[in-house]
Design a protein around this ligand. Sequence first.
Ligand code: ZN
Length: 411
Amino acid sequence: MKNDIIQRFVSYVKINTQSDENSPSCPSTPGQMTLANKLVEELKTIGMDEVSIDENGYVMSTLPANTEKNVPTIGFLAHVDTATDFTGEGVNPQIVEHYDGNDLVLNEATNVVLSQKDFPALANYKDHTLITTDGTTLLGADNKAGIAEIMTAMDYLIKHPEIKHGKIRVAFTPDEEIGRGPHKFDVEKFNADFAYTMDGGPIGELQYESFNAAGLKLTFRGTNIHPGTAKGTMVNAAKIAMEFHNALPADEAPELTEEYEGFYHLLSFHGDVEVTKLSYIIRDFDRKNFEARKALVEKIVAELKEKYGQDRISIEMNDQYYNMREKIEPVKEIVDIASDAMKSLNIEPIVSPIRGGTDGSQLSYMGLPTPNIFTGGENFHGPYEFISVENMEKAVQVIVEICKLFEERAE
Ligand SMILES: [Zn+2]
């Protein structure tokens, strides 16, 4: 199994599939379609049924049930795109056998070193086979590790018909990193009762809570006058914008919060006396607090309008996704089965809230409750990204075990 995983993973990461939020198309970049088409061929080769790809790059397929029992249909999902934070062009994966626990020089020329000092988690990987970057690109374990794991698990189940399971659905989707993954996902066509995204980090991660999320854009309009004769006439847009920002609770920012704490995050501040534009994201796990955060924004804006004039400020605030917990809690057994699957493989489940969103945050509200499971990767979205092959194998076993447990517990 180990060589299969390595071979699959390496072949996927070599295709540049970085998404692009400035592209209106779906998938946003052609590389994603290249990988999606390759996955279609591979799904057919391993013997999956009902393999399909639509014009938007969504790949779906079925592993038919091999039991008479009435088992719910479960899905496994991974996304084909990689992050936009760091280049994904020319990924040249390095395989480190029997990692000795010391610092890893990723690139001698540019002195990129994966060090214990910066990345204490490295200590967990002594004697593992690690796949790293060459220091010049991201790796793309997020989320090609998930694809390799799902593919390998399906291959394994097909080769081991003695393992009984219900109907399994698999989907590979585009544009997760730019938040559009579920936008054109056909939940009805997928037709699963529950699903899991294989899109988490270190071994054991099991997540079913995400932020409630909104985006906020503010435009402040001033009146520019020669500063020598400005008295009583000049209105400085940049200063109203600063006043807005200073009215937000100063300690509720990403760099000052953790665990279940929410925040207002100032993404950008562009402006001058004439026009200033601020862009924020608002995040909170608790729906009431989330609504209160948005209400506070409205209140501050109303006060500033009162002070400077109604047409000085325009506001655009939109919800982006919600905490999937609300939709998963009623079917909590899907989290329990994933947790039991890990325990039966001697993996300690680490149930923690995601300080972000996954495709599952949107899918759960589209009628497909979708918790998230580890892939085994670390340091996503940059040159220090790496993954343990042994932990990828564990993720494959977790998928197989989940399929097994759903069958065992069915009538
Ligand atoms: Zn991901």
